[in-house]
Each structure stands twice: as C-alpha cells, then as structure tokens.
Design a protein around this ligand. Structure first.
Ligand SMILES: Cc1cc2nc3c(=O)[nH]c(=O)nc-3n(C[C@H](O)[C@H](O)[C@H](O)COP(=O)(O)O)c2cc1C
Length: 209
C-alpha cells in the first residue's frame, strides 16, 4: 500500500512539473487592413490601454512575428542562412509563455507577470495587453566571423516590423524596446548563458478616448 502511495505521489509531483501547453487557433488576419494602410499606420506609441488579447489575436500576433508560412518550415521573416535564431516569449498579466511555431502552441514558462522588465521605464509593459520578448540564440552564427550580431539584428528587425504592421492592422499601439531588463529576464526565465533577451515589442489597444 505504502509503495502505491509513493508511486502516486511521484506521479502527482511529475504532473505539476510538466509545463502547461496550450494550442492556439489557426491564425487568420485576412481583411484587417490593406498592406498600404498597415505600412502607413506603423508607428511607435508609448500609451497603452490595458485589456487582454483573445486567443485568436494572440495566434495572429505570433504568426505575424514568427509563424511558419511554408511546407518546408520556413518563416514569415527572413533568416540568414535560414538559421532561425530566435525564440519568442509572450508576456502577459498571467505570466510568460514560450511560442512554439512548429505546432502553434504556447508553453507556460513562468506564471508571474514580468512585463515591467520589458522596458526601461517599467510602466509601459504592464499597461499593455501583451509583450513579445525576442530571445536570441547567440550560438547560431558563431561561425560567421564577426557578422553574427548583424545577422541577429536583421532577423530581429524583421520580427519587430511584422509585429508593428500587425498592430497597425488591428489599430493597436506598439513599441519596440531595446531598453530591456535582459539580466532580470534571463534569471526569471532560467535561460542558459547562450540565450540572450534582446528586444521587446509592447503591443495592445490604446486608451479609449
Ligand atoms: C532597435 C530599436 C530599439 C528601440 N528601443 C526603444 C526603447 O528602448 N524605448 C523607446 O521608448 N523606444 C524605443 N524604440 C522606438 C524608437 O524610438 C522609434 O522607433 C523611433 O522614435 C521612431 O519612431 P516610429 O517608430 O514611430 O517611426 C526602439 C526602436 C528600435 C528600432
């Protein structure tokens, strides 16, 4: 009997340690805005009106940022040598989740609101519905003799622009932030030394007038 109870206890502990993964709906951003409208309305805004994103909006946002668009697994953004160097994390009031583009899922990493670490002022992240954190794998371009950081920057720029454009299509506000608390986030997310938080995109509806 004692043995069975021990096995049950181990099983229950293991279950709580398995990170929760949720499937996102299929992305669908048709007819939100024309490309020219989204391009013309892309801008940085430092005022957010809170709220939360729906599962559909979350899926659309992450697909626009780093979704798979082709059978061979290639992404919506270009990547030097087709080496995908980034992992995207979604930061909301409920915590931080890792985006898995291959199966369009989110896996909970930390059940704690870390949005204040998204930007130097520490106020804009918590005021917005969501923050997308870009974490670079610094080993991906190690063999590129000095060009690695440049390649990482180009890929990050494409991700940021796609998020800006999706936000513009939704008539949301958005801000790209380099002033990220990288050390704090690395610690909180228990990232290995090779994984570097580099940028955040703060997004969500603005204040209603
Ligand atoms: C790589 C990068 C880092 C940025 N970091 C910050 C930042 O830390 N804080 C901030 O308020 N804006 C930041 N911005 C936003 C710029 O200030 C903004 O893009 C610029 O003022 C031009 O405005 P626009 O985006 O509306 O055209 C950043 C933009 C980029 C591209």
């Amino acid at each position: 009997m004692k043995q069975y109870l021990s096995i049950l206890l181990i099983f229950l502990i293991a279950m709580t340690m398995i990170a929760e993964t949720t499937k996102l709906p299929t992305p669908s951003i048709d007819k939100k805005a024309s490309l020219s409208e989204a391009l013309a309305n892309r801008k940085s805004t430092r005022e957010f009106g809170g709220g939360t994103l729906t599962a559909q909006q979350t899926s659309n946002l992450l697909w626009a940022a780093y979704g798979i668009t082709r059978e061979d697994g290639k992404l919506v953004v270009p990547a030097a040598l087709n080496r995908h160097a980034f992992t995207l994390y979604l930061m909301t009031a409920k915590g931080v989740e890792r985006f898995n583009a291959k199966d369009n899922t989110l896996t909970t990493v930390v059940a704690k609101d870390l949005r204040a670490m998204a930007e130097g002022r520490k106020t804009l992240g918590p005021a917005a519905a969501a923050v997308v954190l870009l974490v670079a794998d610094t080993t991906v371009f190690k063999d590129m003799s000095g060009n690695g950081d440049f390649y990482l920057g180009v890929e990050a720029g494409a991700i940021c622009q796609d998020i800006y454009l999706y936000a513009a299509a939704e008539k949301w506000n958005a801000l790209c932030c380099g002033s990220v608390d990288a050390a704090g986030l690395s610690k909180a997310l228990e990232l290995p030394a090779t994984q570097k938080p580099v940028l955040t995109m703060i997004v969500g509806p603005g204040k209603t007038k």
